[in-house]
Design a protein around this ligand. Structure first.
Ligand code: BG6
Length: 460
């Protein structure tokens, strides 16, 4: 992307939780670091609520208030940059199912391009739940928003949040619709975990670190655990979460992508399609637990009080915690179990991959908070305390949340950190099978602030 080409980013769902917590702060961070041009960029915030540009701007100001704090930037510089950033945002009120809103949007885009005196690059970011995708994509198509400006070199790209669909069937429908409107190069399926730099550090280490690359297989590794534990509960997102649950909210995407990065073979090239294909292969080779065992290696739980959350149905059976054991059917991982767990309202917030070696050694790759890698090496014990020595190997990238890179890479047309259609299909196949399996399992209720649940615990 040429730095001078103007950029217009349209965010559908601009008043939502994601926009507040991640999207606007990431965009402001990019602006602060001069990645977005001082004048030649615009953001159009598309949402249903009746805000003026001023009221919406005041909200964004609040959402971005911690960006730049503790950084190399001077307080006054951050303040004046924020004021300029806000001046580039326009609020666009509209309902996702009403064509008129998209036609008006098309006019607004034309006006903006006229002001730039050039066809801007356009990113349409669907920061929405998958239930809206069909209607938004159909209306974009009808209003001609998918077409690039006739007179210029501008690009038009569409970014979609996870989950794409809620099962294999609905995902296929969305992918078919996308293919009818856009070419595959224009479609960017987001999983912001794939943009978290510490995860790439982990990948690079197991590919290249001499002490790791030769032992990264079933001969040396006993099992690997992947955790995405959160202290937060569903934070008012009941109407979305109750239809999705932990497995589809973070399992089908973030955790399976983490698993893919931990277990994939080295691709022929370090980016592009070959890379995505290696990730897909891992997910397509996953084998799930059998339920005909006494103690199923599968658990699903719900925090107490969940069913009284706004937007949640009384008697809801939606899980807010799950843990599942799987194996990967490849020569490298023969017999190694992968235990994948995630949950909300727990006593800890941590995302990590923990690798347990057969000789008792253990390596923890902490992705967040405070990304770091720690070796627990059993062969060496402290002579005074007889405790196992922990070698703190070093910090991983303490990188931003992921969305700076989402926008950066989407503008550059770099697809490596985005999810391919094949990966989506493979992951839904696995998640659908798991969901069928676990309907036979009771839901475990746990108090808020509990420790993560483990297999074989007492079921209430
Ligand atoms: C989102 C999920 O995709 O990821 C949320 O919808 C979850 O439920 C979040 O809290 C976790 O992301 P991060 O970057 O805060 O770890």
């Amino acid at each position: 992307m040429e730095h001078n080409t103007p950029v217009t980013i349209v965010i559908f769902g601009a008043t939502g939780d994601l926009a507040e917590k991640k999207l606007f702060p990431a965009l402001f961070q990019l602006f602060l670091n001069n990645y977005l041009h001082e004048d030649r960029f615009a953001i159009i915030a598309f949402a249903r609520r009746p805000f003026s540009d001023e009221t919406f701007g005041a909200l964004v100001e609040e959402w971005c208030s911690s960006v730049g704090v503790d950084s190399q930037h001077d307080f006054e510089v951050v303040k004046s940059k924020l004021a300029r950033f806000l001046s580039h945002i326009r609020y666009h009120q509209g309902y996702f199912d009403q064509l008129d809103a998209y036609e008006r949007l098309n006019k607004v885009l034309a006006e903006i391009d006229e002001r730039f005196d050039e066809c801007s690059h356009k990113l349409f970011h669907l920061a929405l739940s998958p239930f809206f995708y069909e209607s938004v994509l159909e209306n974009m198509n009808k209003a001609g928003l998918h077409l690039s400006c006739v007179a210029g070199p501008g690009i038009t790209r569409v970014l979609l949040e996870k989950p794409i669909g809620i099962d294999a069937k609905s995902a296929k429908k969305i992918n078919t619709l996308l293919a009818r409107i856009f070419s595959e190069e224009q479609i960017f399926r987001i999983d912001h975990y794939l943009m978290k730099m510490p995860l790439w550090d982990l990948l690079t280490m197991h590919f290249t670190e001499p002490s790791l690359k030769d032992v990264w297989n079933h001969e040396f590794i006993d099992h690997i655990e992947l955790h995405l534990f959160e202290k937060i509960d569903i934070q008012g997102r009941g109407s979305f979460y109750d239809h999705v649950g932990a497995l589809r909210d973070v399992g089908q995407n973030h955790l399976l992508q983490m698993l893919a990065l931990v277990a994939m073979e080295k691709p022929k090239t370090d980016h592009g399609e070959a890379f995505r294909e290696e990730r897909r292969k891992v997910v397509s080779k996953l084998a799930l637990p059998k339920l005909n065992r006494k103690l199923p290696r599968l658990i699903r739980g719900q925090y107490e009080g969940y069913e009284h959350e706004e937007g949640v149905e009384a008697g809801s059976q939606t899980e807010t915690f799950f843990s599942c054991e799987a194996t990967i059917d490849t020569p490298r991982w023969k017999g190694v179990s992968f235990i994948v767990s995630a949950g909300k309202a727990l006593d800890v917030s941590v995302t990590e991959a923990v690798v347990y070696f057969k000789n008792g050694d253990r390596i923890e790759f902490r992705i967040q908070p405070d990304p770091q890698v720690t070796f627990h090496i059993g062969g060496r014990t402290d002579m005074l305390t007889w405790r196992v020595i922990q070698d703190h190997l070093g910090h991983l990238h303490n990188a931003p949340d992921g969305y700076e890179k989402v926008y950066h890479d989407a503008l550059h047309g770099e697809q490596t950190g985005f999810v391919s259609k094949g990966e989506i299909e493979a992951s839904w196949k696995c998640v659908d099978t798991l969901r069928k399996l676990w309907t036979a399992l009771p839901l475990v209720h746990y108090p808020k602030g509990s420790k993560p649940l483990h297999f074989g615990e007492k079921i209430q």
